[in-house]
Each structure stands twice: as structure tokens, then as C-alpha cells.
Design a protein around this ligand. Structure first.
Ligand code: ADP
Ligand code: MG
Length: 729
């Protein structure tokens, strides 16, 4: 092992003092300590302001300025009592992560001094000044300054000395520049459509809520080792590294105990997350070494998305405190599993019914069937768009490999639900249904679901699986904002439910009774959505061929998959559901293509540098050692004997030559290719060129580096190897 590398590794594995996780209290004591939630609002706001705030939440109407002022006063008082000095609007731009701009609470008091100030105006949406409307194309709109406004459905919270205000971020012309604004619109759309469909089954439902329970996977690596890997540092993943002889084949990490240092990190993270109102529930090791998962209890979707973004930034900070780096990249290491973020999704009513869960009465089961089938319809109609909502330059490395999930979006339903759907589909149109409790029960709807609640038959290869009372969208990347997938899912389900209602109502108007109208449309939709229903092995080659026959989207190129956002049926859906306009979709796609090509570009540059500054010099140095040895052998022995004695080293010298030659030439070609494609002006073409022409170099060059890693003497290799990176001690 090289001395430099040895020092780094030794330092990393030295027993470090483990920072103690703070409170030793029960979580119920400190839960949401740093959140200005309802409990604090009741304490800090005048009753009337609090009531008006609640009414705003119920009706979804904007907050009026006088109320906003009162809320701001209360917030400020609480924050200052808690030691805050600054506040920031906290938003979710289309790049990754979150953005913030901090302002101190201070204002001139007009008498030469300062006072602490937070105005209602700062909280609520301000009318944009007409004179600053940018004109011109979409790009200039996007480059123009946007404004942010508090989302009253997301409570403000404290991080250190700063009051964080979750906001939407929009341009002066009203286009969403973030994830939150369209997410909220998609939630409004699905809630409205679902509420209308609920009226077929219940009289008392007034509101439908969308739930999201995410499961966040991540890797930890030791900070010292991380710092010695420029590829990890700059791109979030290893661009090279031969498989460790032992990795995940024994499954011992998955079932193993959590290492002590990691356990302390998790404990600290959970406490801090709970203090911020994130209801952490589950933690465990994942399949790959050094891979872990954290999942909270599910929450309302908008809040759950905020909480995920918050948790992820918390994770990064807490990890550093414990001497780790948290890797959120979807595929930090080749050859072992990558990380995802399963999104468990369902709808519930304000009366406490999970619409995707089976019930006890026949009517309830018809409702269950309706919501399940219309969700499948959404996946069927917008199959490519679902994939577009989850692909990225980083998630692309995970999709389509021999691990969850495949790059084709299908839905696993399990044996019981599948049989149930078959039964409904094949019942005849004019068959009269006598549901449970009545005579002639031909379709024993109520029996099936009760078993299904405890449905344990799982299929880990399915990207969109029904799991008893919800769908689990598993294809989301670990670094993604959940909102991207949730916007598409919510909007597509809203469209499916709206269309369902239109067709059922038409039948009812023509004189059919409600039950038979519902069943007839459901029968049609079960049949129509059949192509997305797949319970088999999603990794198999047969499935790919079968999926193509079924007409599912099998495209694997990320920049081309983005096109699905601009398909006429996608634009129509987003516009009709009032979620996004076509110019917004176009503008957002430009950002997607730009992000894509930049990521590949950075990786390609980093790899080029590493090849020329690390790999080639190290390999050449080792080759010189071998050459030296060969020439000394030749000097010491007669020719024939020398040839025999140096044969092995000569083979190695030749091998090294083969690999270094390849690398040097490929790096040169890669740089030339970048120069050529960089001239392209169309951002989509540029992204496609990076995908088709630049990215393949990353794979081919890596292969040769990894071979060199096996040949070159361990002592000389400067970069920490997988076996060192992957096993926390
Ligand atoms: P798994 O077995 O896949 O790990 P868990 O039971 O741990 O699943 O739950 C995963 C996530 O799903 C959790 O966040 C949980 O709160 C959430 N969840 C459970 N029921 C629902 C539901 N009806 N709707 C949305 N999320 C749910
Ligand atoms: Mg799960």
C-alpha cells in the first residue's frame, strides 16, 4: 500500500471519539421542538389570526396581508426567543437540493438604531412589479429573477440561528421555477378529482389528501478516504475502482448489526430530524456494504417532500460531524447495489379512509378497485412520462442494471389482486352484481381484500408495486427531489379519475344504475391498462421483449426519455389539470438537458485528469520497476535463462502497455469529442451527444484502469480501493 494511501486509511480506521447524540429524553418530549407548528401558533398568534390561517389551509386560498403580518409577528417572537437572528426563504430549485438566502432580522428603527423585524410582506406572495416583467423567450424568463412566497402548508422551522421559511419559487411571469409550485398544483388536482369520485361511495367526504412515505437509501464512507478520492469528491461517485474481492455476495451486511460509529450517527441524525418534526421510524442496513436506509412515517405529500429535502441536508451535516461523508448518488460504486428512494403513495379521505386500501363492505371494495385501477390507467397512459419523472444522469446508472428497478415502468399487483381484477374483467357486461350481504353473490369481492392487507408477496424487481394499501414507486433516485415523480403521478391519476368520472356519469345519464356503470367502466379500464400489469421478473431479458410487444416505453437514453414531457398527451394532461403550461414544460426540459450534459461533462473531465495525473504516472512507474528488474536479470543470467526468469514480468510490462496505450488514446479521443459536441447549440442535441458519444468513454476507460489496479503493486496505487472504501470499521 502506498505510504500516502496507508496514512489515509490508517487515519480513517483509527478509533475515533464518537460524538454523543444529544438528548437522552423520550422523543415525544423533543419532537418538533424547532418547528413553528399548530401548538406554537396557538401560543404565539392572536386567536383570530390562527383561525384565519387554519381557514386558509382548509380552503387553499391565499393568505391576506393583515393575517400574514400577525403570523410574521408571532413567528418572529418565537424565533427570537429560541435564539434566532436571521431568516431565510428556503426553496427547492430545479437544480438539486435546496436554496436559501439569509437576511438578518434587523431593520432601521428610524431613530438611528436597529430593531428586529419580520414583516408579513416578507412571508406572503408579493404582487410582481409590472415594470420588471421580463419579455422575450423562455430562456430569458428563466434567467430572470424569481420571487418566493411562503407555503402556509409547510411550517417554518429553525436551523441554528436561522428561521427557515419554506417557499415556492416563481418567475415574475408566473412560471414555476421550482418543484414545490407544480407539486402543490398537482396535489390540488388529484384531491379535486379524487373527491369527485369519492362522491359515488360516500356522502361525508370533504377532502382527499395525498400521502407520501419515502424510504431514503444512502452510503456512508469515511471522510479521510473520501477526501483521497477526487472522483467521489467532485462527482459523487467512483469513476474507477476494481470490485472488492468480497462485497455484497454474502448478504451479511443486510442482516448484520449496524457498526457502532454508524449507529451513533443514526441516533444523532434521528434526534435532530425528530426535533425538526420529521417522524423518523425505521433504520437499517441495506444490501450493499456501507449502505443504509432511513424511513419516516408517511405524511401529507407536500410536507413529506419538504421533510425529505430537509433530512437529506441534515444527513450530510451530521455525517461530517461523525467523520463520515454521506453519499446520495444513485450509484457511487460499480458492481454493488445503488441507492434509491422508494416513494410509498396513497390517497386518504378526511374521514380516515385509505382509498387504496381494501375495505370490509362490497361498496368499499368497489371504491378500492376504482382507485387501484385508475392508478394503473395513469401508469398506462403516461408510461414514458413516469420514467421521465425519475431518470437523471445519476439515476441512469442504476436503472436497467441487474438490480431494482428496471428501465421499464410496469406495475406488480400480486396474486390475489391480479386474480380479483381478472374476475371483474371477465364478468359479463350485463351481469347484475349482487355484492356481499345480498343474494346471488357471484363476485365475492369482500373476501379477497381482507387477506390482502397483510399481503406479503413482494416483488423487488417491480418499479411500481402495489403493497397492500398503497403503491410503492421504487424507481426514484436517492438524490432526486421526490416531487418530480409525485408531480407526474398525482397529475396522471387526477386525469385518470377525471376521465373515469366523465365516462361513468355519461352511463348514469343514459339510465344505468351507479353500480353497473362503475363496473362497466372499470372492466374497460382493467382491460386497457393490462399492458402495464406485470408480476414476473423485471430483470429478465424476456420481459424486455415482452414489454416491447406490449407497447411499453423501453427507451434507455436519459436525454431522449426527457422528450416524454413534451409529448402532446403529456402537455394536454398538465394543462388540463392546471399543473404546468407548455412553456413551463419546455423551459424545465431545457434545465434537465443542461443538467444532464454538465454532469457527464464534469465526470469526463475528472476522469481525464485522474488518468493523466494519477493512473498513467503510477502505472508507468511500476512498469519502470519491472523493466529495471528485467534488465538486471538479463545482466546477471545467460540469455536463455534470463528470458525464462523475466517472462512473467515481461508479460506484465506488455499488459501495462496495452492498458496505458488504450487509456491515453481514449482520453485524447474523449477530449476531442467534447470539443466537437460542445459546439452544438441545441441543448437537447448536446445532451444526446454527451449521452451517446462522451459517456461511453467513461465506461471503456474505466475497464482498463480497473485492470491496471489489479496489476500495479499495491504499494504504489495512490487512490483508496473499494475494499477500503466499503467497509467501515
Ligand atoms: P417496507 O416494507 O417497504 O420497508 P414499510 O412498512 O417500512 O415498508 O413502509 C415504508 C413506508 O411506507 C413508510 O414511510 C410508511 O409510513 C409508508 N406507508 C405505509 N402505509 C402507507 C400508505 N397507506 N400510504 C403511503 N405510505 C405508507
Ligand atoms: Mg419499501
Amino acid at each position: 500500500m502506498s505510504r500516502l494511501r496507508f496514512k489515509v486509511v490508517e487515519e480513517a480506521f483509527k478509533k475515533r471519539p464518537i460524538p454523543a447524540a444529544t438528548p437522552n429524553e423520550r422523543p415525544s418530549r423533543y419532537y418538533a421542538k424547532y418547528v413553528f407548528n399548530h401548538e406554537k401558533m396557538r401560543k404565539y398568534l392572536p386567536l383570530e389570526a390562527y383561525q384565519r390561517y387554519c381557514a386558509t389551509l382548509d380552503s387553499g386560498t391565499p393568505l391576506d396581508l393583515p393575517t400574514a403580518d400577525l403570523i410574521a409577528q408571532g413567528m418572529k417572537q418565537w424565533a427570537i426567543e429560541m435564539g434566532a437572528t436571521h431568516c431565510t426563504h428556503w426553496f427547492q430549485p430545479l437544480t438539486e437540493g435546496t436554496a436559501e438566502k439569509h437576511d438578518a432580522f434587523v431593520e432601521h428603527d428610524g431613530k438611528g438604531g436597529m430593531i428586529e423585524e419580520l414583516s408579513g410582506k416578507l412571508l406572503v406572495q408579493q404582487e410582481p412589479d409590472a415594470s420588471s416583467f421580463p419579455n422575450g423567450g423562455i430562456r430569458s424568463t428563466f434567467e430572470a429573477r424569481g420571487y418566493s412566497a411562503w407555503d402556509p402548508a409547510s411550517p417554518v422551522f429553525l436551523i441554528g440561528d436561522t428561521l427557515m421559511i419554506p417557499t415556492v419559487f416563481i418567475s415574475y411571469t408566473g412560471e414555476a421555477l421550482d418543484y414545490k409550485a407544480p407539486l402543490k398544483k398537482s396535489l390540488a388536482a388529484v384531491n379535486k378529482a379524487a373527491l369527485e369520485v369519492c362522491q359515488y361511495f360516500y356522502d361525508d367526504v370533504r377532502k382527499v389528501q395525498t400521502n407520501l412515505g419515502w424510504e431514503q437509501e444512502y452510503f456512508l464512507v469515511d471522510e479521510g478516504l473520501y477526501a483521497a478520492r477526487p472522483d467521489l469528491l467532485l462527482t459523487g461517485r467512483t469513476l474507477m475502482g476494481h470490485d472488492s474481492a468480497k462485497n455484497q455476495q454474502m448478504d451479511d451486511h443486510y442482516f448484520g448489526a449496524i457498526p457502532e460509529r454508524v449507529a451513533e450517527f443514526m441516533k444523532d441524525l434521528e434526534i435532530q430530524a425528530l426535533e425538526l418534526g420529521i417522524p423518523c421510524k425505521t433504520r437499517h442496513n441495506e444490501v450493499a456494504p456501507n449502505q443504509f436506509e432511513l424511513a419516516p412515517i408517511y405524511e401529507e405529500c407536500n410536507l413529506a417532500v419538504d421533510h425529505n429535502m430537509l433530512l437529506v441536508s441534515l444527513m450530510r451535516n451530521v455525517a461530517r460531524k461523525h467523520g463520515f461523508r454521506c453519499l446520495l448518488h444513485e450509484k457511487p460504486f460499480a458492481g454493488i447495489n445503488g441507492s434509491g428512494k422508494h416513494n410509498n403513495w396513497s390517497l386518504t379521505t378526511d374521514t380516515g379512509i385509505i382509498l387504496h386500501a381494501p375495505g370490509k363492505t362490497p361498496e368499499e371494495n368497489l371504491r378500492f378497485l376504482t382507485f387501484v385501477v385508475e392508478t394503473l390507467m395513469a401508469v398506462y397512459r403516461h408510461n414514458g412520462l413516469f420514467k421521465a419523472s425519475i431518470v437523471s444522469a445519476t439515476n441512469e446508472h442504476r436503472l436497467g442494471g441487474n438490480e431494482a428497478p428496471p428501465a421499464i415502468i410496469s406495475s406488480f399487483l400480486g396474486k390475489q389482486l391480479s386474480e380479483f381484477l381478472d374476475k371483474v374483467e371477465h364478468s359479463t357486461a350485463d351481469e347484475r352484481f349482487y355484492l356481499a350481504g345480498k343474494q346471488g353473490m357471484r363476485l365475492d369481492i369482500p373476501e379477497i381484500p381482507e387477506i390482502m392487507v397483510d399481503n406479503t408477496d413482494r416483488n423487488r424487481t417491480s418499479p411500481f408495486a402495489f403493497t397492500g394499501n398503497r403503491f410503492e414507486f421504487r424507481a426514484i433516485g436517492s438524490s432526486a427531489n421526490c416531487a418530480s415523480a409525485m408531480i407526474v403521478l398525482n397529475t396522471a391519476v387526477a386525469e385518470a379519475l377525471t376521465d373515469f368520472k366523465r365516462r361513468v356519469d355519461a352511463l348514469i345519464r343514459s339510465g344505468r344504475d351507479k353500480m353497473s356503470a362503475l363496473l362497466e367502466i372499470l372492466r374497460d379500464d382493467i382491460r386497457t391498462s393490462r399492458p402495464v400489469h406485470f408480476d414476473g421478473n423485471g430483470y429478465s431479458a424476456e420481459w424486455r421483449a415482452e414489454a416491447e410487444r406490449r407497447g411499453l416505453d423501453c427507451e434507455t437514453s436519459c436525454p431522449i426519455i426527457f422528450d416524454r414531457y413534451l409529448d402532446p398527451e403529456s402537455i394536454r394532461m398538465f394543462e388540463q389539470m392546471n399543473v404546468m403550461r407548455s412553456d413551463e414544460l419546455r423551459a424545465r426540459n431545457e434545465i434537465k438537458w443542461e443538467t444532464y450534459f454538465k454532469k457527464v461533462q464534469i465526470e469526463s473531465r475528472v476522469l481525464g485528469d485522474l488518468c493523466m495525473n494519477h493512473i498513467i504516472p503510477v502505472a508507468t512507474r511500476y512498469q519502470t520497476v519491472l523493466l529495471d528488474n528485467v534488465s538486471k536479470i538479463q545482466a546477471a543470467f545467460p540469455a536463455e535463462q534470463a528470458a525464462r526468469l523475466s517472462a512473467y514480468n515481461i508479460t506484465l510490462i506488455e499488459k501495462i502497455n496495452k492498458h496505458t496505450d488504450f487509456i491515453v488514446n481514449a482520453v485524447e479521443d474523449m477530449v476531442e469529442t467534447r470539443k466537437t459536441v460542445n459546439k452544438m447549440e441545441d441543448i437537447r442535441e448536446l445532451a444526446i451527444a454527451y449521452h451517446d458519444r462522451v459517456a461511453p468513454f467513461l465506461t471503456s476507460i474505466r475497464k482498463h484502469i480497473d485492470k491496471l489496479e489489479l496489476i500495479v503493486e499495491d504499494e504504489m496505487w495512490t487512490l483508496p480501493k473499494y475494499r477500503e472504501l466499503l467497509f467501515i470499521r
